[in-house]
Design a protein around this ligand. Structure first.
Ligand SMILES: [Zn+2]
Ligand SMILES: [Zn+2]
Length: 393
């Protein structure tokens, strides 16, 4: 084969809905009956693909070459990368370093040292198991389709999931193992017990976030989603802060929400903050935040009073915070702190309607009124895929 030149492959798998670049590339290689490394070496002998996070930084040449070979539009190939969240989840992705919300892989040569790729055991039981783009986000802890917690390690050997290493380094093994098996121990990744039911508040919050990321229906069309996600990251940073004052806040939040988060130890001087926690820990923290959002700003203010926090404790060094957050920490504290055990939580906050500035807690609450199956409707990208699938085979 002629390296790097465009021609159509005999077998041309297209990216599946929300498929991650690396997952697609693996399927393309295996569809030709080749090992992944052999395929990549034949096609792009000079390219550095697996010794970096290719889902973040695959070169434009690699993307367009794979798009040409498989007969898909370059825009569709680009949509498999994590950089496609630019302008929606974060403003710019960081080329060399950590991008907020993206789970770090801890790439060291061809090894990944961190649990940066999550998966749903039930989605991997589909006829064509593949890895989703959203599974690389710290914001995602659930599969909305199967309503189960995502996993971030092999249930057997507890190693991170590395689908690209399925047959790597094993000369005898020609056939790939399949995405549903652990590269290290060969164990079945789907082999997990039934987990606890997912709390409704956590599911609703993730659905809200999905609708923002997909620019979906059910939320207002105006607003700056990056500003919302920046502020959410700020709140998560406050909740997981090592500062003693914020430890008290975490304790009160745990008490009020009934979600155990006090034992979730912030990593010492870890610049990754929330993105460094396990899936289970992030799910706990997000559930506690969902509880705050369900009666914003009443519950948040009550914690501020009980924790004797100043607005400077809460604003941090953030220059730009949305009005729904800055007014919640700025306004006079008129609420009675009745969140201690034995007291009923806040209900029907009279000020909720004041916070109408685009994406935020009040819109999250409104989105909960949209019928739950709205996540099943085809997104813009989903509809494009369906059209292309119908004509492009
Ligand atoms: Zn699933
Ligand atoms: Zn394993």
């Amino acid at each position: 084969m002629d390296a790097g030149h465009s021609y159509l492959l005999s077998y041309r798998p297209k990216p599946l809905p929300d498929e991650l670049f690396s997952s697609w590339l693996i399927r393309v290689a295996h569809a030709q009956g080749l090992k992944l490394q052999t395929f990549c070496h034949m096609m792009w002998p000079e390219a550095m693909i697996w010794n970096r996070d290719c889902d973040r930084c695959a070169s434009p040449e690699l993307r367009s070459s794979l798009a040409d070979m498989t007969g898909v539009a370059v825009a569709r190939a680009d949509a498999t990368l994590l950089t496609s969240y630019e302008g929606i989840l974060f403003r710019r992705s960081v080329k060399n370093g950590h991008t907020k919300w993206i789970l770090p892989l801890g790439v060291f040569h061809r090894v990944r040292r961190r649990n940066g790729l999550q998966y749903c055991p039930q989605c991997l039981a589909d006829a064509t198991p593949y890895f989703r783009r959203a599974w690389r986000l710290s914001l995602y802890t659930l599969c909305e389709r199967h309503q189960c917690l995502l996993r971030d390690e092999c249930p057997h050997c507890k190693r991170p999931v590395h689908p690209h290493r399925g047959e790597m380094g094993d000369r005898k093994r020609m056939a790939p193992m399949g995405n549903e098996f652990c590269w290290m121990c060969g164990g079945d990744l789907r082999d997990v017990g039934l987990g606890k039911p997912i709390p409704e508040s956590l599911l609703s919050l993730q659905r809200y976030h999905s609708s923002l990321l997909k620019r979906d229906i059910g939320v207002s069309s105006s607003g700056d989603s990056c500003l919302y996600f920046d502020c959410l990251a700020h709140i998560l940073q406050l909740v997981t802060s090592k500062r003693p004052r914020m430890a008290r806040f975490r304790e009160l939040l745990s008490q009020g929400s009934g979600v155990e988060i006090t034992s979730i130890e912030p990593k010492a001087s870890c610049p990754l903050h929330f993105d460094a926690f396990s899936t289970y820990e992030r799910a706990q923290i997000l559930q506690a935040v969902a509880w705050l959002f369900e009666d914003w700003p009443g519950r948040f203010r009550a914690l501020i009073i009980l924790g004797k926090l100043r607005s400077s404790d809460l604003s941090g060094e953030h220059k730009q915070l949305p009005e729904w957050f800055s007014s919640a920490i700025r306004r006079p504290m008129r609420y009675k702190a009745n969140l201690l055990p034995g007291h009923r939580p806040f209900r029907g906050n009279p000020e909720s309607s004041e916070f109408e500035d685009g994406f935020g807690p009040s819109e999250f609450l409104r989105s909960k009124l949209v019928p739950a199956d709205y996540t099943e409707t085809k997104t813009r990208i989903g509809a494009d895929l369906a059209r292309e699938g119908a004509h492009g085979k």
